[in-house]
Design a protein around this ligand. Structure first.
Ligand SMILES: [Zn+2]
Length: 381
């Protein structure tokens, strides 16, 4: 283990250079020309650094995802990364890459280009140090995570099913870099209300207001929130009506739903789907779903976290922390299929914010933590 740490600490400069390269290659999810350039570059890096192989997984709408593989073995360990960012093309002009006080700033540094770099170097360390594993390592690099992984979800779940463990390179939480051992499930629902329009001054009695109905439904939806159980139902957007003197025919709401447990998901979702109008002249249509199920902290996840925590204490000299978060990631898809540890990416701050950065000297340490987990899990039966 010590040689892994030594190897990676000596590569801090190279790691930073690769982060800079990747950040300068802008990669908003919806710009396939840009994302295909970074995907291409990452395949070159991977093959050069690890002598591994890769295949492309086609994504109809976005850029192909990359499935990179190193080593041999019937079983596999899975590492999840995504190379898309939320930052539109041209952001790099106003928010350039720079280094100050031991931190590297720039769009996508923290979420999650430095995380990809840590994963690449972790595999390189195992490769160059000739450490034998009984399992192969599969590194998925996807192009649409920030959109909810619409075209990569299937491949992610398929690979997770074949894996003994899944490691997710999303950033950890807070300045101590806590791993994420629980994540809420996330869903979006659209509520469309259709009423009967009429002139509000001349014949209001002939109308049935979609807005009044929606107002009732909003109060009901909000009442489904149960913060103690980690459930929130937030009506985030509303619109409706055509003119102040018309009884509204249409009204519409977009609802964000977060649930901490499967039990709460099973309670709340049917209630939302079954919304029924107070006014029988009005119709309600609900569409949407929980697109990322909750990641619950299972015994297997706890055991994997404990393993990481022993390694970090013994070899890296720090106490690893764990937290739960309301945000979803690809870990939500895999936790049911294989023990999953999330938040193994770069320590820093400011995901999706203008002060986005990573702490440079933490990069080799977190890369070493991943490498040690790969070795421990890869050498076990
Ligand atoms: Zn991310």
């Amino acid at each position: 283990m010590e040689e892994i740490i030594e190897y990676l600490k000596n590569r801090q400069g190279e790691m930073l250079e690769l982060v800079e390269d990747l950040v300068k290659m802008e990669s908003p999810s919806q710009e396939p020309i840009l994302t295909s350039q970074i995907a291409e570059y990452l395949t070159i890096c991977f093959t050069k650094m690890t002598e591994g192989t890769y295949t492309r997984i086609s994504s109809d709408e976005y850029t192909d995802h990359i499935r990179a593989e190193w080593g041999t073995g019937e079983e596999q360990l899975l590492i999840l990364t995504h190379f898309d960012t939320v930052w539109p093309q041209g952001t790099i002009e106003e928010m350039p890459f720079y280094v100050e006080d031991g931190k590297a700033y720039g769009p996508g540094t923290f979420d999650m280009k430095a995380g990809i770099v840590q994963a690449l170097f972790a595999i390189q360390a195992i490769h160059e140090l000739n450490i034998h594993l009984n399992k192969k390592i599969v590194l998925l690099m996807t192009s649409d995570e920030e959109l909810g992984s619409p075209t990569s979800k299937e491949a992610i779940m398929e690979e997770a099913e074949k894996s003994s463990h899944v490691f997710v390179m999303e950033p950890p939480l807070g300045e101590n870099g806590a791993l994420k051992t629980a994540r809420k499930g996330v869903g979006t629902f659209d509520v469309s209300v259709t009423g009967v329009s009429s002139h509000a001054g001349i014949e209001p009695e002939k109308g049935a207001s979609a807005i009044t109905e929606l107002a009732e439904q909003i109060t009901y939806l909000s009442s489904l929130t149960d913060l103690v159980k980690g459930t929130s139902v937030n009506v985030g957007i509303i619109d409706g009506g055509s003119s102040k003197n018309v009884v509204a025919e249409e009204a519409h709401a977009v609802v964000d739903v977060r649930v901490q447990t499967q039990e709460e998901m099973d309670r709340v979702v049917p209630l939302i789907e079954a919304l029924s109008p107070q006014d029988d002249e009005v119709k309600i249509e609900v569409t949407g779903e929980i697109y990322r199920p909750p990641l619950e902290r299972t015994d297997e996840i706890e055991a994997l976290f404990d393993q990481a925590s022993v390694l970090s204490k013994k070899y890296l000299g720090f106490e690893l922390e764990e937290e739960s978060t309301g945000g979803g990631s690809d870990a939500n898809f895999t936790a049911e299929l294989a023990p999953t540890l999330d938040g193994l990416g770069a320590v820093g701050d400011g995901a999706h914010a203008s002060h986005e950065h990573v702490i440079i000297e933490e990069m080799p340490k977190r890369s070493a933590l991943l490498a040690m987990l790969l070795v421990t899990c890869g050498q076990s039966k």
